[in-house]
Design a protein around this ligand. Sequence first.
Ligand SMILES: *Cc1c(COP(=O)(O)O)cnc(C)c1O
Length: 390
Amino acid sequence: MTRPLLNRRLAEFGTTIFAEMSALATRTGAINLGQGFPDTDGPEEIREAAVRALRDGRGNQYPPGPGVPELRTAVAEHQLKRYGLAYDPDTEVLVTAGATEAIAASLLALLEPGDEVVALEPYYDSYAACIAMAGGTRVPVTLRPHEGRYVLDLDELRAAVTDRTRLILLNTPHNPTGTVLTRAELTAVAELAIERDLLVVTDEVYEHLVFDDASHLPIASLPGMRERTVTIGSAGKTFSFTGWKVGWATGTPELIAAVRSAKQYLTYVSAGPFQYAVAEALRLPDTYFTGLRDDLQRKRDLLGDGLRAAGFTVYQPQGTYFITTDITPLGEKDAYAFCRTLPERCGVVAIPNSVFYDDPDAGRTQVRFAFCKRDDVLAEATSRLGRLAS
Ligand SMILES: *Cc1c(COP(=O)(O)O)cnc(C)c1O
């Protein structure tokens, strides 16, 4: 057989960097600050809620296609309470197999082959693959460091939109840079979307992980945006249950019906008993959400201080549980080469941001570390990274 097995749409993607670097961590016994999963589980009472649902026989058989009513209602309540966004749980909320499926289903449903998608770069790796699977073309707009923070250049964004643009794929708080888009930036994106009649798909899985005086604003809450926006959320990051894969999309009945058309042929349904538990999690008291934020902000500072002491340039994240650094001050020139040898040099695994760019030169010297780890793990990691400074 001369024809390659993997089709042309996917050939460029290979194995995700997370699989490669996590395998490296396992092989070398290094501390894994690569993949972004917490090393402690979420709230005990939510785990117990999942056990109860399982024992009581709730969700052990196919749950309803759009998700169990309890969870759809809890998602709608959450959007209303936090952001003043009112959604009908029956027609405007769709439960998915994590945010990953919500992203895939949105793109598969809303794109025609040849449509262009404007996406922030560096981008979460599933975006590029899903745009390709949908037959679309990605048009990256690069976030660039400015005064210690990655910022969106609104002129570049405007210039990226053509007559073939169908949608803008947003992500705020933004992985991997930690940027939280401001009201002014989101207002400009909204004005552009309205002027050019574009859809917006917005990945807000880090909505509760915002620090200092930053605050998360869903673009759907801006005037004229509710009717053209699919907003995506997930329990994984907010409740530290990334293995449960419970996510959701909210939007108008027309948008959600379209996304559901694709979703029903991907997983159809998933995570039955966990859906009931996540419904309870979304109703946890505010102290849970502020506690999570305060705890992660402290961890951010712990790792950030260690990275600065080790000689990295640190871009202070306003959100997410990642820190992007620059390795130039360490005399390093290539993030990928640096990350491949880091386990042997000091027993730590990180992710080269270059893989999140179309133009690898744009992220050539940037490396991402996750800080959603136990304090003792972060302390040990920073002590090991300190060897780089000497
Ligand atoms: C982790 C992550 C996801 C995936 O969410 P799941 O609910 O686990 O599918 C989606 N988008 C971004 C930006 C992420 O970091």
